[in-house]
Design a protein around this ligand. Structure first.
Ligand SMILES: [Fe+2]
Length: 329
């Protein structure tokens, strides 16, 4: 099925070959207007780093439950979210009610010092990471985030050209960009589980860009624009990239946000390490329209968007200090 999902080779761009950026821009525009996903190869992220990150995900989730719940997820969306701790609602694809997701996950963001202005101000989504007592874990995760951030930043000129903007268009929005590394554990689901129980229900990501390392254990499915669900292909050495709701809104609906889901009937434990990449916390995303005119929706920031989303989806989301009661949760 790799013929349906474009593969963008970054090697010519990384080698500064003439015309490479224009070629990739055209490929990306096609990917996001027709398909909604693309692979990158020649990306420079070593497989050894990805393997080590998967191994840390397994090591984290193998800890006793008390160790994990000791770093329970907070209002910044940092920390451990227990099994069935979220239900797709705001970003649910389709109108069939679904059960809470059968996965547990831990989230990390950019490492901020205790005296960072946003930490001192208790700015939402700008909290400090909390780390498990696992030697070497923190160092590996920080190295992983650095590598994904470098890759994501290197892709921005391609997005700019795909939108007919100058190559450096996004640079000012992505100074000190937001990111989240999610390390998920999908346990084996019972073959007799109800058909509205998913590892993660059909959904759209919130992100501007999601980078997903290939998984040796199947379970991820993607929905193509014609409505067909396909098992995610896994070309050797490539990373899967998709756009979420922030990309769609920022591009005034021109770029697709792409539905996907996970069902783990592999008979094995499954881990995933998606990296969600977004603009600066204070950047105002004004819709990038084809004619430069006003967009369909007003300008917005990361925090405005995420607050709405989180209140709908995550059971830990709080409103005025009170746990939000979610229908059916
Ligand atoms: Fe997702």
């Amino acid at each position: 099925m790799t013929d349906t999902i474009p593969v963008l080779d970054l090697a010519p761009l990384r080698a500064n070959e003439p015309g490479a950026l224009e070629t990739l821009g055209a490929q990306l525009r096609h990917a996001f207007t027709e398909i909604g996903f693309y692979f990158v190869k020649g990306h420079g992220v070593p497989q050894s780093l990805l393997d080590a990150t998967f191994a840390e995900a397994a090591r984290f989730h193998a800890q006793p439950l008390e160790s994990k719940t000791a770093m329970k997820i907070d209002e910044h969306n940092i920390g451990y979210m227990p099994m069935r701790g979220a239900t797709a609602r705001y970003n649910l694809v389709g109108d069939t009610p679904v059960l809470p997701n059968v996965n547990e996950a831990v989230f990390f963001k950019r490492e901020l010092p205790a005296d960072h202005v946003d930490v001192l101000a208790k700015a939402r989504f700008r909290g400090r990471n909390r780390w498990p007592a696992l030697p070497g874990f923190r160092e590996q995760i920080l190295a992983t985030c650095d590598a994904f951030e470098r890759l994501a930043l290197s892709l921005l000129p391609i997005y700019a050209r795909a939108l007919d903007r100058p190559a450096d268009y996004f640079a000012r929005f992505f100074v000190d960009p937001m990111y989240t590394l999610r390390m998920s554990h999908y346990p084996q689901q019972s073959p007799t589980a109800p058909n509205n129980e998913f590892g993660i229900a059909p959904h759209l990501d919130t992100s501007f860009m999601t980078i997903l390392a290939q998984n040796r254990i199947p379970g991820l499915s993607l929905r193509l624009p014609d409505g067909r669900w396909i098992d995610a292909p896994a070309p050797e050495g490539a990373l899967l990239v998709n756009g979420g709701m922030m990309l769609r809104r920022w591009t005034d609906g021109r770029f697709l946000a792409t539905p996907h889901r996970v069902i783990n009937r592999s008979g094995q434990e499954r881990y995933a390490i998606p990296f969600f990449f977004d603009c600066n916390y204070r950047a105002v995303m004004t819709p990038i329209t084809s004619d430069g005119g006003a967009g369909k929706e007003p300008p917005f920031t990361y925090a405005e968007f995420m607050t709405t989303y989180q209140q709908a989806n995550f059971h830990h989301a709080q409103v005025d200090g009170k746990k939000l009661e979610l229908q059916g949760a």
